[in-house]
Ligand binder design. Structure first.
Ligand SMILES: Nc1ncnc2c1ncn2[C@@H]1O[C@H](COP(=O)(O)OP(=O)(O)OP(=O)(O)O)[C@@H](O)[C@H]1O
Ligand SMILES: [Mg+2]
Length: 206
């Protein structure tokens, strides 16, 4: 699904990410694990086409990012990827339902309603995102990430600010949603508690 070749990312003369050859299969769940500053977010963003590497390239389903226009890459991302960021990036003045709808390339209200019920947000669907509790906002962000039934769910530090019980709940939700739509999960974290959930762990060093 992903093929990485001769990838490098440099900042100010320092190489932050270096990955000569790497492939990620469809349905494989990959964790990028390592200490703060080792380059996890950088690599995740390159895989997602949000950041251009200094050298080398990433191909998703045989489409090499370097050959795509910015617009084509935006479209590839919108159609195939869902995102859960540590800062949830919900739009505060929009409702839960509206925030989830933003992620759909084709409007599917029934899908949104089903997700809202499934993630226990039925009582909060019309509430503005800024008025949700942290846990509710997190579930809304997961609903938004999977609303488009993406082939890949990218999650950057989905659990590092959570206690053990909520870490389990959030990971259960992400993997349940991934299972249902057959998505691959690619996550980055320094939180070794979630290591066991993934079939592949790429240990990164600072
Ligand atoms: N645009 C940039 N300009 C300068 N330095 C950068 C830039 N982007 C990343 N870095 C540096 O590259 C290193 C890797 O950053 P990155 O955010 O990928 O780390 P991380 O593994 O995700 O860390 P954390 O666990 O704290 O989120 C850090 O030292 C960071 O300061
Ligand atoms: Mg990071």
């Amino acid at each position: 699904m992903f093929r990485i070749s001769n990838l490098r990312f440099d900042v100010e003369g320092r190489t932050i990410v270096s990955l000569p050859e790497y492939s990620i299969r469809r349905g494989q769940h990959l964790l990028l694990l390592g200490p703060s500053g080792c380059g996890k977010t950088t690599l995740l963003n390159i895989l997602a086409g949000l950041l251009k590497p200094s050298a080398g390239d990433v191909a998703f389903d045989d489409r090499a990012y370097a050959n795509l226009s910015d617009r084509a890459l935006d479209q590839l991302r919108a159609e195939n990827f869902g995102f859960v960021f540590q800062r949830l990036h919900l739009i505060g003045h929009l409702s839960t339902t509206q925030n989830i709808a933003l992620a759909q390339t084709k409007p599917r209200p029934a899908r949104i309603q089903a997700l809202i019920n499934e993630l226990g947000l039925a009582d909060h669907s019309h509430r503005k995102a800024r008025d949700l509790s942290v846990g509710e906002a997190q579930r809304a962000a997961i609903a938004r990430a999977v609303a488009n039934e993406p082939k890949v769910i990218f999650a950057d530090e989905p659990t590092s600010a959570l206690d053990d019980a909520n870490t389990h709940r959030v990971m259960d939700l992400i993997f349940q949603c991934a299972e249902r739509s057959g998505s691959t999960v690619i996550a980055a974290t320094h939180d070794a508690r979630i290591k066991g959930r993934f079939d592949t762990v790429l240990e990164m060093v600072a």
